[in-house]
Design a protein around this ligand. Sequence first.
Ligand code: ASP
Length: 314
Amino acid sequence: MKKPFAIAIHGGAGTILRSQMTEEMQQAVEQALDQAVSQGHQLLAAGASAVDAAVCAVKILEDSPHFNAGKGSVLTTKEMVEMDAAVMCGKGRQAGAVAGVRHIKNPVILARDVMQQSEHVMLMGEGAEEFAAQLGYDYTEQDYFFTDRRYEQLLALKAEGRVALSESRYPDDHKFGTVGAVALDQNGNLAAATSTGGITNKRYGRVGDSPIIGAGTYAENHNVAISATGMGEVFIRCCVASDIAARMRYLQEDIHTACTAVIQGDLKTLGGEGGVIAIDQFGEIHFGMNCEGMYRSCIDIHGRKQVKIYADDV
Ligand code: ASP
């Protein structure tokens, strides 16, 4: 019998107002999500690993200027891009992450290389970039990542002296957020990958939840894989991804109950806005959020595809 496989992806969470969304922008975002989920799914169908499928989907979203990861990342107070990414493989709970990289076109690929080709879990800044150079990565100038809209967004927030999620409270900015993917492959392996430019007007050197294993990214075979998006500081303090996995492991909660308990409970109580995508060992998928929307898509174990934006999209 064919083993189940499935994939789910997100393109960030925050405030998305229908009134502000143009048809053109909605189409562009949905197309990118569709392409990412479809290519990841094709890999799974061909027998590829959950890690490779998740990384493939995230890379496609990093390459799109519509999301806050890779090209189109938000800017720090120093008016540059600093990106974080992580990959986790549920088998053996191997993990790799990079933080604060400035010249890596696809941070998610480097995170996978940290996992597969170094003895470490996380490399940061210059050390991560030196590791990439040794592996033959191209040096990507900051200009590649830079978009006018992100610059305008930074100036607006600087004037107000605060930080923000890439789109929250800026509904006129249709570019969207952090990206992530979770997958179950035909060998029963779970994986998660997340990539982000972080939050607008962050201090340089700030690291969010995305590359922190157990906060924004987590995968554990025979249990669950999770990728998060939202205000990273609170996700770190709530250990969001590991808390969901622990609820499922120790309380035998199902994926929907565990995700809802954390996202609508602890996280919300502490003021954390955002959401998660999760997939369990059977390929059951959960999209959970406590904000107005999260770009998201999946192809489930029956091959059914969904692409959704707003919280109330059914
Ligand atoms: N979680 C990301 C961070 O705090 C931001 C996001 O999800 O948009 O770095």
